[in-house]
Structures are given as structure tokens and as C-alpha cells.
Design a protein around this ligand. Structure first.
Ligand SMILES: [Fe+2]
Length: 186
């Protein structure tokens, strides 16, 4: 089997945690995950969480994180949603209401509307929805989620329209699919 036939998709992150109840509470109540399984691993406990039909878990927590330090080896873990700008605004409100959350930063990469933040144990998290556009990365401009959806859409289009490769997102992913099909046929 060639390397190109072994398609990989990101499936889950497993994080060491100090306070598993606090972290499970945050990821379920604020971010919408469900606990799919939990049990012992040696002296520690593992809790699995998912909110998709095709992943047993997307994130899991293992107790026994050794030192009370900020995470520093992972910049952030991103979760994509098929939701709307209204959903993203509602999420922002829930994050702002949770005193354990820090570093809340709405941002647009042109191809995504994102909210970045640090969870209650300072792990970097990004939650994003697609915009209708592709644009060459990296990009990052402020996202004002207090504006109306129409204003956000217009402002994003205007902000990135002159950037390289700006165009229809569907066309970009169709191109990726063609590229991968050609690669698999090699
Ligand atoms: Fe990201």
C-alpha cells in the first residue's frame, strides 16, 4: 500500500488534566460534548468525549497531569462546526460567562470564522465555521461578533478579496479532491 492510499484524518487529542470534573463540565456544558466512555487506566482515570457520529471520542482527558504548569507543547486544538454565525455568537457568550476561560479572541482567517480561547486548564482551543471562501494562508484579522451577520460577511469578503488565491471555498476543496484522486491513482 502506498503512503497516499493510507488517508489520515485527525481523530482525537488526549490531554492530561488536573481537575477532570471541571474539564468534563466545561467541555460538555459550554462546548456541547457528551461523555462516551470513562474508566481506569492504572492509577488514573480516562474520560472520552465526542459530539460526532463517527468518532468514539474526539478528545479525552487523563487524570494525573504532573505539574501545575500552562500547556506549552500544543499551540491549540481546533474544532470545526457546520453551525452558523449565530451559533458562534452564542458560543462566545457562553465562553465569556465562564470565569475559567481566558484569552478569548474572535478572529477570521478569511476561510474561517473562529473563536480562540484557553480552556480552564489553559489548553489552546479554536472553534470555527467555514466562510464561503478560500484564501491563501496564513491570514488573521479581527472578527467583530457584535456586528450583524450581514455586516460580518461583507466585512470579511472586503478584507480578504485582494489577498492571494481568494475565491470560492467549494472550488478549492474540489481541487483538493481531484489532487488526492490523482495521487491515489499513481
Ligand atoms: Fe487553527
Amino acid at each position: 500500500m502506498s503512503a497516499s492510499a493510507l488517508r489520515l484524518e485527525v481523530a482525537h487529542s488526549v490531554l492530561y488534566v488536573h481537575d477532570v470534573d471541571r474539564m468534563v463540565g466545561f467541555y460538555t456544558d459550554v462546548l456541547g460534548f457528551e461523555v462516551t466512555d470513562r474508566g481506569p487506566i492504572g492509577p488514573n482515570e480516562i474520560v472520552f468525549l465526542s459530539q460526532t457520529a463517527n468518532h468514539h471520542h474526539q478528545v479525552a482527558f487523563i487524570t494525573g497531569r504532573p505539574a501545575p504548569e500552562k500547556s506549552n507543547n500544543t499551540h491549540h486544538t481546533a474544532y470545526r462546526s457546520a453551525g452558523t454565525l449565530d451559533d458562534l455568537k452564542a458560543l462566545l457568550g457562553r465562553l465569556q460567562a465562564d470565569e475559567g476561560v481566558s484569552g478569548i479572541m474572535p478572529l477570521t482567517h478569511g476561510n474561517a470564522w473562529s473563536v480562540y480561547f484557553q480552556d480552564p486548564e489553559h489548553n489552546g482551543v479554536e472553534i470555527f465555521i467555514d466562510t464561503p471562501w478560500h484564501v491563501k494562508q496564513p491570514q488573521g484579522k479581527p472578527l467583530d461578533l457584535t456586528k450583524s451577520n450581514e455586516e460580518i460577511i461583507a466585512a470579511t469578503q472586503e478584507a480578504f478579496a485582494t489577498e492571494p488565491e481568494f475565491g470560492d471555498l467549494r472550488r478549492f476543496y474540489d481541487g483538493r479532491a481531484e489532487h488526492l484522486a490523482a495521487r491515489a491513482a499513481d
